[in-house]
Design a protein. Structure first.
Lengths: 230, 144
């Protein structure tokens, strides 16, 4: 194994971090209400929504990517609507990648949050309600702080999972430098062109970063076994 | 005056009570274990959303066929059998959680409560530490 004297183009790394950060933030905003609803509801629609949420876990990324490609296409209703509103196509664009990543990483955000919310049980929320705390108040002052560990796990899993995205990106985003060429695609391209040295550097960065993040989460979870103090 | 005429049906349990209680003094509720004493209190508090019927407090309608006042708007204090302290807050924060939300309503101040309960100055500890001293957690949860 030989390392090159100069580093490979780190643009894909920057793009990947950017994509993962935006995806994580947007999923925190959209996934939290969904996870909360799933944890509290007695609706009959719950298993359907749960199954849909978990689908990206088992579906090959190429299948998800294929359907998104069809959906994003300017010839489809949604795709042409998007072009009319924004003037850009979703296929082979960074925005398209963000939407695809959000769907791809949805279960990694929703599932840890849902089980954290379910773990709280009804008792503390009922106590808060009897102390005149409104539902929103109860969520922010009781549920969210007690689910702190769930938030940490969900955020980190979503972020690291989006970092390693490959199949969906390839289908929806292609391989446009600075726009849709993420790190896993750059690695694939380096390997295809037998540029193992650059592939090694990027792969090592991804490996070390992912391991370090997960290690941090498990260390923190060990230190705060019951959710810690808020 | 508190009036209720309610029914609540679960798979292996049915509650069907109608009663009017005075608004002053102490009213005790007797019954065998499992007869639904706690469930009735939960229904009155608005914690059992499946209960059907009518509950009124003076002129206020808390529940009828078309209306349901959520528990946080009923202004009821509820001492749960299990001590429901918030584990993520310190003892002092547990007390002020209730205090903050009760400011607009008349009642004893937080310092009155601390004095009345004879809480030692360990109020900054978490409930987990506090629970080690038997009985204290219950006393603390009561005014919360």
């Amino acid at each position: 194994m030989t390392f090159p004297d100069t580093l490979p183009d780190l643009g894909p790394l920057r793009l990947t971090l950017h994509l993962a950060a935006i995806t994580t933030i947007l999923l925190l905003i959209c996934g939290t209400p969904l996870a909360w609803w799933l944890s509290q509801t007695r609706s009959r629609a719950k298993p359907i929504i749960e199954a849909l949420t978990a689908l990206p876990l088992v579906l090959p990324p190429t299948v998800l990517g294929f359907y998104l490609l069809v959906l994003f296409s300017p010839n489809s209703t949604f795709g042409s609507f998007w072009v009319q509103v924004t003037g850009e196509t979703l296929t082979f664009s960074f925005t398209g990648l963000v939407i695809a990543s959000m769907l791809y990483s949805l279960p990694f955000m929703v599932q840890p949050l849902q089980s954290a919310f379910e773990g709280i049980g009804r008792a503390p929320l009922e106590a808060a309600a009897s102390l005149r705390a409104s539902p929103l108040d109860r969520f922010f002052t009781v549920a969210a702080p007690m689910a702190k560990r769930g938030f940490l796990t969900a955020t980190v899993l979503t972020f690291t999972h989006t970092l390693g995205e490959f199949g969906v990106v390839l289908m929806v985003g292609g391989n446009i430098p600075g726009k849709t060429k993420v790190i896993s695609i750059a690695i694939y391209e380096h390997v295809e062109t037998i540029n193992y040295a650059d592939a090694h550097v990027l792969a090592a960065i991804l490996l070390v970063f992912s391991f370090a993040t997960l290690l941090l989460v498990y260390t923190l979870n060990r230190r705060y076994p019951t959710g810690g103090r808020a | 005056m508190l009036s209720f005429d309610i029914t609540l049906n679960y798979k292996d349990f049915a509650l069907d009570v109608a009663q009017t209680l005075p608004s002053a003094g102490v009213t005790a509720l007797f019954g065998r274990s499992g007869s639904g004493k706690s469930t009735l209190l939960r229904v009155i508090s608005g914690l059992e959303s499946h209960a059907k019927g009518r509950i009124t407090w003076g002129d206020e309608v808390w529940q009828d066929a078309t209306h349901f006042t959520p528990p946080h708007k009923r202004g009821l204090g509820y001492v749960f059998q299990d001590t429901r302290l918030f584990p993520h807050l310190t003892v002092a924060q547990n007390l002020s959680y209730a205090d903050k939300r009760a400011r607009a309503h008349p009642g004893p101040s937080m310092s009155d409560i601390i004095t009345a309960l004879d809480l030692p100055p360990c109020c900054l500890a978490t409930p987990q530490h506090f629970r080690a001293v038997k009985g204290r957690a219950q006393r603390l949860a009561a005014p919360c």
